[in-house]
Ligand binder design. Structure first.
Ligand code: NAP
Ligand code: GLV
Length: 320
């Protein structure tokens, strides 16, 4: 089969991906640009947030395989061919990376390590009360690939963990997946305020869809206990930045850990950069690893070639 690799890569990234994908799929031809073979002969597109219109007029296309886990930017392309299945990246190595980031943030919030970093900066020697993990309830928004890995890791670490997902029967690509042992599950909008009221740490791992865009706003933040920590590892557009800044100023939110932003890279003059109660990362909570991800892509391409069911398909209507 002929495969087209296309995305918002620099040359070095594209070459790294091309090498890894070719090694994983020696029996298939990987094109790095349109025109290398006839457009009608491209069977699968392997994409990383390609520019809108990149997949237009490829009549032989039978699979769009994303190298990103989140497909919100891909689905925003109005020219995406309607009938072609879209698969997203689901890689256990990525889920584990996300679990590590969430564990780091939760531990640092729970033990006050971000506050001690501020104290160091101020030359201040002051011991704070020490809490046990079982005294710090964590709520994970989204119980999909990432949310499950995070919840599992936090349960192992002794935190009381609950998670929020869609209502039963609401659809979605991963419906019916089991919650990890020890995790209390809340479903649907009506259950959210009660879940928030219990949470000292809120970790966002929702997909960005029309239902979840802007969900983390003043109303939601006000439902958390005063001084709670917010960890956004999903998408920047889930969060209303002005509402978070106001909640930090009032003390309603004690500390925020932000990996994702509505506009990336974050503008040089954004107030988050210098905010004493914001720790930010440059969208690195869970990077796609070309080595393991290429094997995931190869399995789906092989399934396509053999007419077998494709894995990790996106439910376009649900947006994830
Ligand atoms: P996923 O497997 O698709 O899981 C989505 C979860 O969110 C599911 O549990 C789903 O509920 C729930 N959900 C969806 N819409 C909802 C709604 N309206 N109300 C309540 N729950 C809802 O997604 P994933 O692979 O875990 O990815 C999670 C997020 O991480 C995405 O935003 C992705 O873009 C982001 N991400 C970030 C990085 C990074 O480096 N920062 C890396 C990878 C991914 P059901 O289970 O009931 O369907
Ligand atoms: C990263 O944010 C991804 O969606 O893979």
């Amino acid at each position: 089969m002929n495969l087209l690799l296309i995305g918002a890569f620099d040359e070095a990234e594209r070459d790294e991906w091309a090498t890894a994908l070719r090694a994983a799929m020696p029996g298939h031809r990987l094109c790095l640009a349109r025109g290398e073979v006839d457009d009608a002969e491209i069977h699968a597109a392997i994409v990383a947030n390609p520019p809108p219109g990149s997949l237009d007029e490829l009549p032989g296309l039978r699979l769009i395989q994303s190298l990103w886990a989140g497909v919100d930017r891909l689905l925003a392309d109005a020219t995406l061919p309607p009938g072609v299945p879209i698969a997203r990246m689901v890689d256990p190595a990525m889920n584990e990376a996300m679990a590590e980031t969430a564990l780091w943030a939760t531990l640092a919030l729970h033990r006050g390590f971000f506050g001690y970093a501020r104290q160091q900066h101020a030359g201040e020697w002051r011991q704070q009360p020490q809490r046990r993990a079982d005294e710090v309830p964590v709520l994970v928004l989204g119980l999909g690939q990432m949310g499950r890995a995070v919840a599992r890791r936090l349960v192992q670490q002794g935190y009381p963990v609950s998670a929020w997902r869609r209502a039963v029967g609401d659809g979605g690509a991963d419906l019916g997946a089991e919650a990890p042992a020890g995790v209390t599950v809340h479903r649907g909008a009506a259950a959210l305020p009660g879940a928030l009221a219990q949470a000292q740490v809120l970790i966002n791992l929702l997909p960005l869809t029309p239902d979840t865009r802007g969900l983390i706003d003043a109303t939601l933040l006000a439902q958390l206990p005063r001084g709670a920590g917010l960890v956004n590892l999903a998408r920047g557009a889930h969060l209303i930045d002005a509402d978070l800044l106001a909640a930090l100023a009032s003390g309603q939110i004690g500390q925020a850990v932000l990996d994702v932003f509505a506009h990336e890279p974050l503008a040089a003059d954004h107030p988050y950069w210098q905010h004493p109660r914001v720790v930010l990362l440059p969208h690195v909570a869970a990077l796609t690893d070309a080595r393991s991800a290429s094997a995931v892509v190869a399995r789906n391409v092989e399934a396509l070639a053999r007419g077998l069911p494709l894995a990790n398909l996106v439910a376009r209507d649900a947006g994830y």
